[in-house]
Design a protein around this ligand. Structure first.
Ligand SMILES: [Zn+2]
Length: 460
C-alpha cells in the first residue's frame, strides 16, 4: 500500500484539488479521497498536479537510433522525400541484432517515461535475422521489446506486423527481408508466439497489425480482419503519402481508406495510423465506423507527409490519439501542440480543438489523447483515475513559475501549451513514481548500454 497526496488530480470533469490516491502493491488504485490542506496536512505531499499517463499509440523503437540523421542535404542536392528517408531506415533495420534492439528500445522507453508516457503501442516489423531467416524463437525481436519495456517500466502493447509485399502487387525487395511473413498462416504463428512472449511481463499485451495497404495483399487484409482474433486492437498505416494513394487507385481502383471502408467492417478496435490524405467521404466514413486515427505530428512533419484534416474529422465526432512513430520528438505536449498549430496555420484561426470540454483546448487534447490512446492499447477505461484501475500518471511540478501562478481554470491549457520536460516532476507507472530528472542509477545503466550499442552500430 502507498498513498500519494497531490495538490490536484485531473478528472474527466476537471481538477480535484488536495486529493490522495492510494494504490496496492500491484499499482491498482484502491482509494481516491480529498484531504483538508488547512488542518490535517498529510506528511508526504507530492508538490504536483497529476494528469493521466500519456499513451503513445505508435512507435517503431529501432528508428530512435536514426533520429536526426536524415536531415543533411549537402551540396544543394534535390529535396529529399519520404522514400529517400525510407532507404536510410532500411539500412538501419538490416544492421541491428537482438541485443542492440533491446538496448535501443530500453533507452527510448526510459525517455518516454521521463516525458510522461506510461504506455506504448509498438508497431513491430523487424522479425527475422539479418539474412531474413526466422529466429528459433519466432518472436525473438518482439521478446526483446517486451524486455525493454519491462526494464524501463512502461506498459507495452506489442503489435507484430504482417508485412508481405514490396508495394501493391509487388514482391518484397531484398532490403525488406527481415520484415516478411509470406502467408497468413506464417503471420498467425508469429502472432501466437508474440502473444506467448507477452506472458513474460505483466504489463504487456498483444494487438494485430498490418503494415499498410501496399504491404499486404488486399485479400489477406480482409481475411485477417474477418477471421483473426476479434478482441484485440487492429493497427494499420494508411494514406500517409500521396504516392501510396495513386498506387492504390491504379491497383485497386480505390483509395486506401475508401477500400477499407468498402471491404472491412471497421469498428472501435481499428486504429488507422496517419490517415493524412482523406476525402470528405473517407473522413465521414471513418468517424461513422467508430474506427480511430493515430496522429504522429512530429514525425509527419519531419517526413513531409501532410496535414491531417482534423477540423472536419472533429465535426464528425472522429476520435484520435497520438504516437511518436520515428521518435524525432518524444514529448507528448509537443505532439499536441504541433497537431493544433498545423490546423491554425492552414485555417488562419485559433483554438481549433473541439469544444466538448467547455471550450478548453488543453483539456480537450488531454481527454482525446488519453481515452483514444488507451483504446489503442485495448484499454476501454474512460475515467482518468478510477478505483480498480492502474495508477498511471504524469506529475506536473506545482512550483514551476507558470503552474504555481495559474488558476485551476487555466491549468490544463497552461500545461499543454507552455509545458515541456522542465515542468515534469516524474511519471507514475503502475503505481510507482519514476523521476523525470534521469538522475537515478537504472537510467544511467540504460544510457551506458545505449551508448555502447550506438558505438557498435556506428550509424550516428
Ligand atoms: Zn509508423
Amino acid at each position: 500500500m502507498k498513498t500519494y497526496h497531490f495538490k490536484g488530480i485531473l478528472q474527466n470533469t476537471g481538477w480535484k484539488e488536495n486529493t490522495s490516491i492510494t494504490v496496492n502493491h500491484n499499482g491498482i488504485i484502491t482509494d481516491i479521497s480529498s484531504f483538508d490542506s488547512q488542518h490535517s496536512l498529510p506528511n508526504e505531499i507530492t508538490n504536483g498536479f497529476v494528469i493521466p499517463g500519456f499513451q503513445n499509440a505508435h512507435s517503431h523503437a529501432f528508428q530512435y537510433a536514426m533520429a536526426g540523421l536524415a536531415e543533411r542535404h549537402e551540396g544543394g542536392t534535390n529535396p529529399d522525400d519520404f522514400w529517400g528517408w525510407r532507404e536510410a531506415m532500411y539500412q538501419l533495420a538490416l544492421s541491428m541484432n537482438p541485443d542492440q534492439m533491446e538496448a535501443i528500445a530500453t533507452m527510448l522507453y526510459a525517455e518516454m517515461v521521463r516525458h510522461g508516457y506510461t504506455n506504448v503501442a509498438e508497431f513491430h516489423y523487424i522479425h527475422h535475422d539479418k539474412n531474413g531467416k526466422s529466429y528459433s524463437n519466432l518472436s525473438e525481436m518482439g521478446s526483446r521489446l517486451i524486455a525493454a519495456a519491462k526494464t524501463a517500466g512502461i506498459g507495452i502493447t506489442l503489435i507484430p506486423i504482417f508485412y508481405q509485399k514490396g508495394g501493391f502487387g509487388k514482391k518484397p525487395n531484398d532490403r525488406q527481408r527481415r520484415f516478411i511473413s509470406p502467408t497468413i498462416d506464417e503471420y498467425l504463428r508469429l502472432l501466437e508466439s508474440s502473444k506467448e512472449a507477452c506472458k513474460n511481463y505483466k504489463h504487456a499485451n498483444i494487438a494485430i497489425g498490418i503494415h499498410s495497404m501496399r504491404g499486404v495483399a488486399p485479400s489477406d487484409i480482409s481475411e485477417i480482419a474477418k477471421s483473426g482474433p476479434q478482441d484485440i486492437p487492429f493497427h494499420i498505416h494508411v494514406s500517409e503519402q500521396l504516392k501510396e494513394i495513386e498506387d492504390s487507385i491504379a491497383y485497386l481502383g480505390k483509395r486506401p481508406v475508401e477500400w477499407l471502408l468498402d471491404t472491412i467492417e471497421m469498428n472501435e478496435r481499428f486504429h488507422l495510423v496517419h490517415a493524412t490524405h482523406l476525402t470528405d467521404n473517407e473522413i465521414t466514413g471513418i468517424a461513422k465506423s467508430k474506427a480511430n486515427v493515430v496522429l504522429c505530428p512530429s514525425t509527419e512533419g519531419n517526413l513531409g507527409d501532410g496535414i491531417f484534416p482534423l477540423k472536419k474529422y472533429q465535426e464528425e465526432d472522429g476520435k484520435w490519439s497520438i504516437g511518436t512513430d520515428s521518435h524525432i520528438g518524444i514529448n507528448p505536449l509537443e505532439e499536441l501542440r504541433i497537431l493544433d498549430y498545423g490546423q491554425r496555420l492552414i485555417s488562419h484561426k485559433r483554438n481549433i480543438y473541439s469544444s466538448t470540454q467547455q471550450g478548453d483546448s488543453g483539456m480537450y487534447a488531454l481527454e482525446m489523447a488519453t481515452i483514444t490512446g488507451r483504446r489503442a492499447m485495448n484499454n476501454f477505461n474512460t475515467d482518468f483515475f478510477k478505483v480498480g484501475e492502474l495508477l498511471n500518471a504524469s506529475v506536473i511540478d506545482a512550483s514551476s513559475p507558470l503552474i504555481t501562478t495559474s488558476s485551476v481554470k487555466n491549468l490544463a491549457s497552461t500545461i499543454v501549451y507552455s509545458g515541456n520536460l522542465d515542468i515534469q516532476l516524474g511519471t507514475i507507472v503502475q503505481g510507482k513514481m519514476i523521476t523525470s530528472s534521469g538522475n537515478y542509477e537504472k537510467y544511467q545503466t540504460i544510457k551506458e548500454k545505449f551508448i555502447k550499442t550506438m558505438n557498435e552500430l556506428k550509424n550516428r
